[in-house]
Design a protein around this ligand. Structure first.
Ligand code: CA
Length: 243
């Protein structure tokens, strides 16, 4: 009987916590971020994650400079979006480096392309490696390193099982690792690695050994991927894009 008031308080709490209202409804995948480290000037550093493209953090210096955000817990991320403040357009290079809660560094990707002021940079990630911290290290840009906004998209929950039918609709199987000591009772002793991709927005790229339960995803490519997808016929792994 208190359904309405419960929903209302849940949304209010989300706003208080700095989450978007849709996050509590399971639709948004933009993670709330806290800046924990930055090179150059610290002044106004939170302006890089305040959701307002008109406010910015300026490192007050040329490349190399970095800014590092905290995702709150170890999460796989599917996308980093960067909105630069850049006085002169030109070729820029940005490295995306992760760090786990345990302190292990992960090199995700290096982005190099023409960039200009107030134009979003989209960096996709398909590595199913959860990290707590994401560092954007700029090694080349035409002006002082400055960001209007940084966004990190949640990649969805990861889980594992000894069975390939543990989850249904909307879960990708991104790997099946043979000979796992965790699965002594099943044929091949495969450890099946799952990723919940139900909330991923249009355009997201994922890896999957199976097409089961992934209606609404289109095959971009497929290839034999021995060692990763051996529990399935032909050891085939697909790259899929959300419609
Ligand atoms: Ca801002």
């Amino acid at each position: 009987m208190h359904l309405k008031s419960k929903l209302f308080s849940s949304l209010s709490l989300s706003v208080l916590l700095g989450l978007t209202a849709t996050a509590s409804l399971g639709q948004s995948v933009v993670l709330p971020l806290t800046v924990v480290n930055a090179s150059g000037g610290w002044n106004g550093v939170n302006s890089a994650v305040d959701g307002n493209p008109n406010t910015m953090w300026n490192s007050q210096g040329p490349a190399p400079q970095f800014i590092e955000v905290d995702l709150g817990s170890d999460r796989m991320f599917s996308r980093v979006r960067l909105l630069p403040a850049q006085s002169d357009p030109g070729y820029s290079v940005h490295r995306i480096i992760g760090k786990t809660s345990a302190g292990q560094e992960v090199n995700f990707t290096t982005y190099g392309n023409f960039t200009k002021d107030n134009q979003w940079i989209e960096i996709s990630n398909q590595l199913e490696i959860p990290v707590r911290y994401v560092r954007v290290l700029t090694t080349q840009v035409n002006s002082w390193v400055a960001w209007r906004e940084i966004q990190v998209y949640d990649g969805g929950d990861l889980s594992e099982s000894c069975y390939s039918n543990e989850h249904g609709y909307g879960w990708a199987i991104y790997a099946t690792l043979p000979g796992s000591s965790k699965c002594p009772d099943t044929q091949g002793h495969f450890l099946v690695k799952y990723r919940d991709v139900r909330n991923q927005p249009s355009g997201t790229l994922i890896n999957s050994c199976s097409l089961y339960g992934l209606q609404g995803w289109t095959i971009v490519s497929s290839s034999k991927f021995s060692g990763q997808c051996d529990a399935f016929q032909n050891s085939e792994r697909f790259i899929l894009r959300k419609d």
